[in-house]
Design a protein around this ligand. Structure first.
Ligand SMILES: Cc1cc2nc3c(=O)[nH]c(=O)nc-3n(C[C@H](O)[C@H](O)[C@H](O)COP(=O)(O)OP(=O)(O)OC[C@H]3O[C@@H](n4cnc5c(N)ncnc54)[C@H](O)[C@@H]3O)c2cc1C
Ligand code: SF4
Length: 333
């Protein structure tokens, strides 16, 4: 679907793509599964779409000389699901990919588009006519929020399924801009302001995601809770990755909550609790409580009562963290 009056360009060089993106009202596009919907709702109004799919390496999955898994940003979610290289280096990423939307979304939708999908809120992601019935909220250019009685704060939810697991794996992003290429941790992608969630500057785009493969002694898991299994955004998701966990090393744990805030959130207190030597069943319960405490969802997604989502965060944490600890104990004794 190309909207009338919207220019669609398909550059083959990064310099050209970044120059085009620097123009006012230009937006990158890959699969279009998320952006076209926002265009239909009138909350995104680009005048030109810069298609990223023909840029070099964008649709490639490879292992670099040092073993790093390099995923081109326009690789589809289906390709991640099926790639033998992903299955070998980070099977948990393929599992998370399998939980994104439905097959049609995964066949079109890309990794970069998944990471750069906008935050969502049921007051905002509506038709223009519906939105006109109320004063514009902060994200729509006004100053108030219809969900929480506060000015200039947005609580829209970021619901990418791939971001939490990539954050737990401490993935890095390759970003292309008019000045060339830079590398940043995936956690640096987020501004912390749900109304303007990303730190990418005008003219910048993500060209690849780098993942250090899981090795011997490393363990990772992902869990998602949604109303329907067949097709649905997460109400809550949880990703855990533990490096050096079952080979007698000190062990480093990353716990990341998804879909309950304007960005994926790490829970360092729970990580420290379980990293400590001698962590037992009680630590799992305490860590799960900390995870639930960090989850502060608000009433802005369909069927997602905040107390329910917080409860589910605790349930998922008990399950994943309990399993993680059991695996560590089994390996040590
Ligand atoms: C019915 C439905 C269900 C869905 N369910 C889920 C779900 O369960 N889990 C989930 O995570 N997502 C879900 N999605 C959201 C989305 O479709 C997918 O995340 C998909 O991966 C987006 O990829 P895309 O290539 O289609 O993105 P696009 O629509 O092409 O782009 C999305 C956004 O990212 C920007 N962008 C795209 N690529 C780049 C890049 N390389 N660098 C910088 N910016 C970029 C675009 O400008 C746009 O703002 C769902 C969508 C629909 C319509
Ligand atoms: S959380 Fe508030 S400011 Fe953000 S989109 Fe919803 S109503 Fe608007």
């Amino acid at each position: 679907m190309i909207s009338p009056g919207v220019r669609h360009v398909r550059p083959r060089e990064y310099q050209e793509a970044c120059a085009l993106l620097h123009e006012r009202q230009a937006a990158p596009i890959a699969g279009g599964t998320e952006l076209y919907l926002r265009m239909k709702q009138g909350v995104a109004t680009p005048r030109s779409l810069v298609d990223l799919t023909d840029l070099p390496g964008m649709r490639q999955i490879e292992r670099l000389a040092d073993g790093t898994l390099r995923l081109g940003a326009a690789v589809t979610i289906s390709a991640l699901e099926r790639s033998p290289l992903v299955a070998e280096a980070a099977p948990v990423l393929a599992e998370a990919a399998q939980r994104v939307g439905a097959p049609q979304i995964r066949n079109m939708g890309s990794l970069g588009g998944n990471l750069c999908q906008e935050t969502m809120c049921w007051w905002y992601n509506r038709t223009a006519l519906w939105r006109q019935a109320k004063e514009p909220c902060y994200k729509a250019g006004g100053s108030l929020c219809h969900v929480v009685d506060q000015e200039a704060v947005c609580y829209a939810a970021y619901r990418s399924d791939l971001a939490p697991i990539l954050m737990s794996l401490e993935a890095e992003l390759i970003v292309q801009g008019r000045q060339g290429e830079r590398r940043m941790g995936i956690d640096e992608l987020y501004s912390g302001d749900a109304a303007f969630p990303f730190t990418l500057a005008a003219g910048e785009l993500i060209s690849a995601v780098l993942v250090r493969p899981l090795g011997e002694g490393d363990v990772a898991a992902f869990a998602k809770h949604a109303h329907r299994r067949s097709i649905d955004y997460p109400l809550v998701s949880l990703a855990v990755a533990a490096r050096g966990w079952t080979n007698g090393a000190a062990g480093r744990l990353r716990i990341v909550l998804g879909a309950v805030s304007g960005m994926p959130i790490r829970v360092p207190e729970a990580e420290a609790l379980l990293e400590a030597a001698g962590a037992g069943e009680r630590s799992v319960a305490e860590a799960a409580a900390l995870v639930a405490k960090h989850a502060k969802p608000v009433r802005n997604v369909s069927f997602g009562a905040p107390a329910y989502r917080r409860h589910i965060a605790k349930v998922l944490a008990r399950r994943l963290l309990g399993d993680l600890l059991a695996r560590r104990r089994a390996s040590s004794g």
